[in-house]
Design a protein around this ligand. Sequence first.
Ligand SMILES: NC(=O)c1ccc[n+]([C@@H]2O[C@H](COP(=O)([O-])OP(=O)(O)OC[C@H]3O[C@@H](n4cnc5c(N)ncnc54)[C@H](OP(=O)(O)O)[C@@H]3O)[C@@H](O)[C@H]2O)c1
Length: 286
Amino acid sequence: MTSKLLYQFDTDTTASVFDSVVAYDGGADHVTGIGNVNPKNVLAMVDGCIYTRAPKDKQFTAIFVGGSSLTEGQAVFDAIKKRFFANFRVSVMFDSNGSNTTAAAAVANIVNTRDVSGKKAVILGGTGPVGQRAAALLSLEKADVFITSRSIEKAEQISAEINKRFDTNVKALPGGTNDERVASISRASIVMATGASGVVLLNKKDWIESESIEVVCDANAMPPLGIEGVELNDKGKEIGGKKAFGAIGFGGLKISVHRECVSRLFHSNDGIFDAEEIYRIAKEML
Ligand SMILES: NC(=O)c1ccc[n+]([C@@H]2O[C@H](COP(=O)([O-])OP(=O)(O)OC[C@H]3O[C@@H](n4cnc5c(N)ncnc54)[C@H](OP(=O)(O)O)[C@@H]3O)[C@@H](O)[C@H]2O)c1
């Protein structure tokens, strides 16, 4: 039996332990975690993956791209794909900071409760890796999506990047103060928080009596949570007539999707696991 080898290319100084553990649990026989990977130094390592095994065994070598920066990870992911030609390729998964798997699990859960098409969705603290991918996926589901930031210029710039990558129409709203965030969620049906760990972005009194809000979803797992009143384990729990999802509530699906994607990396040598494919798998698994 040919060994399943996973090369974990991480843009941070050291490769993520989290991603390594999930890779073993996803079925890799051996995981090699390499830090400080960039679009230049990755090329020789890609060559090592694509030239070493006979065509029938190439599917047992695969690549995972991770790290805390979505932008740096995207550059490495793009460089890897560009290096492939003909059948000189291996399957590759992109999940910097858990962006794709986390957003896919959250959005799959939200969409499982209702059709979001045409509805206003606001992602508080939506400029990070998870928020960006969640914005894209909700927009691909035809929701009218807005991301907030402490800097409107940053939110506008990130929205433009999301729209360029996904051909979507994500827009920016201010989110620097509590009043701005409350104004931004006015008439929203879906409110998601993807702010940094331990940062409260919305108080319970500001959403619990809203007549428009149907779903609240908080990705932050470190207390205090991002949306006050949503609990970690909430998984579609009814609160004030709204469906609530907490970070652990949808996080089980996130881990399962991550493992499943790693497992599928070894099914062929031409798989590309980015937001769209990972989201498709999340919906399939729910
Ligand atoms: N449930 C799960 O399975 C799972 C998996 C992975 C991650 N997570 C969680 O998901 C959340 C989002 O992850 P991420 O990596 O995308 O987050 P992140 O990049 O660390 O932060 C997201 C955004 O939060 C804002 N922010 C940072 N510090 C802040 C502060 N002091 N006050 C207000 N806003 C602040 C920033 O936006 P601006 O600068 O634009 O304001 C930043 O872009 C985190 O809480 C993370 O722990 C959950």
